[in-house]
Design a protein around this ligand. Structure first.
Ligand code: PEP
Length: 251
């Protein structure tokens, strides 16, 4: 049985006080939820304070990015072990906005993922095709290249610390969700790819999240698909009641 993960990506939103207030509001709304791994990803400056507020609850804290070196002359970067030190258990890597605006490549995703795993974090590795790639029927090839590159040289055992997020770029922040069947088709492809790259039991165990305009009113259909093990949520994760509505999808 795969424990579903519902992760909120807060992107470049929320001050420290807004972020801690939101977690304080969220806690009672999800206190009874034991069947879901709940993750929130605030901006770097709020991580430590959010982790303090979330401590002792069922809410985990993720960073939205990391660097691959442990320390050194790398101005502006944050190492995975410092994210751990700030109270993070997870880190999002390779989000399409980082690929699009900040030059993230499959190679940097791979270095970051390996560093995150070494530091003891769970890496939420994002992949997804653009609209042009979908329309030119290259979705599977794009996902295969992103995962083959992004997960290169990882040991099979280390995949326990990896969660994959399939986020079609055309569905992020657009209000357009992939249909349940469209998402399931890619998730099933990803699971068989993991079996090919690693092995069948690793593929059966890995959690594959869907991301792209997930809301309380469409999460149930997505979660009913055989290979969808949770959601990475942007816009609808910014308010406690709508994020709780997604976390509590089974109620
Ligand atoms: C995201 O940022 O990962 C995302 C899926 O955003 P949204 O839910 O707003 O589409």
């Amino acid at each position: 049985m795969r424990t579903p993960v519902i992760a909120g990506n807060w992107k470049l939103f929320k001050t420290i006080s807004e972020a801690t207030t939101m977690v304080a509001e969220l806690k009672p709304l999800v206190a009874g939820t034991s069947h879901v791994e709940i993750v929130v990803a605030p901006v770097f400056t709020a991580l430590s304070r959010v982790a303090d507020v979330a401590a002792g609850s069922n809410i985990h804290v993720a960073a939205q990015d990391c660097y691959w070196e442990e320390e050194g002359a790398y101005t502006g970067e944050v190492a995975p072990k410092l994210l751990k030190d700030a109270g993070c258990s997870h880190v999002i890597i390779g989000h399409s906005e980082r690929r699009q605006y900040f030059g993230e490549t499959d190679k940097t995703v791979n270095r970051k993922t390996r560093a995150a795993i070494t530091a003891g974090l769970t890496a939420i590795v994002c992949v997804g095709e653009t609209l042009a790639e979908r329309e030119s029927d290259t979705t599977f090839a794009v996902i295969e290249a992103q995962l083959t590159g992004g997960l290169a040289d990882l040991s099979t055992g280390s995949l326990k610390q990896v969660v994959i997020a399939y986020e079609p770029v055309w569905a992020i922040g657009t209000g357009k969700t992939a249909s349940d069947a469209q998402a399931q088709e890619v998730h099933s492809f990803i699971r068989s790819l993991i079996a090919r790259l690693f092995d069948r039991s690793t593929a059966e165990a890995i959690r594959i999240l869907y991301g792209g305009s997930v809301k309380p009113d469409n999460v149930r259909g997505l979660m009913s698909q055989a290979d969808i093990d949770g959601a990475l949520v942007g816009g609808a994760s910014l308010k406690a009641d709508s994020f709780a509505g997604i976390v509590n999808f089974a109620d």
